[in-house]
Design a binder for this molecule. Structure first.
Ligand code: 2BA
Length: 109
């Protein structure tokens, strides 16, 4: 058995969970936030048998889209008289960031 952990954009999370449930995959949605952008995203947990990992990844691929987001860099610590002109940066945020982790034991008690 494997645990698929997918970090996805908030806007994709609802349709992704619906698509997984339609295919009978049990899911858990956690509210999370990215360390770099400090913006909220969603972490989706899916526990599956090994032969279901690829179908789950296919559903994630179908439903999660890359987006460009603008980041305003933090100003550095300045000496008196120095001047900092902040230029916004554009970064591409997933698709999805996916980890597939082996599960030692699964129980529903
Ligand atoms: P964030 O950490 O907010 O990162 C958002 C996007 O900013 C990243 O998109 C990447 O394009 C960029 N980015 C992140 N760190 C950077 C850095 N040090 N320098 C320049 N650009 C940087 P994704 O790679 O698609 O990641 C989307 C979200 O997935 C991340 O949000 C984070 O929540 C999660 N994530 C990505 N890689 C991870 C990892 N190795 N472990 C745990 N979570 C991860």
């Amino acid at each position: 058995m494997k645990l698929v952990v997918a970090i996805v954009h908030n806007e994709d999370a609802g349709t992704l969970v619906d698509a997984l449930l339609e295919r009978d995959h049990r899911t858990t949605r956690l509210h999370s936030s990215g360390g770099f952008l400090k913006q909220s995203n969603a972490t989706i947990l899916v526990g599956v048998e090994d032969d279901q990992v690829e179908p789950v990844l296919a559903v994630i691929r179908e439903n999660c889209h890359a987006r460009n987001q603008i980041v305003n860099p933090m100003p550095p610590i300045m000496e008196p008289g120095e001047f900092f002109m902040p230029y916004p940066l554009e970064v591409e945020v997933g698709g999805a960031t996916v980890f597939v982790v082996p599960v030692e034991r699964f129980e529903r008690l």
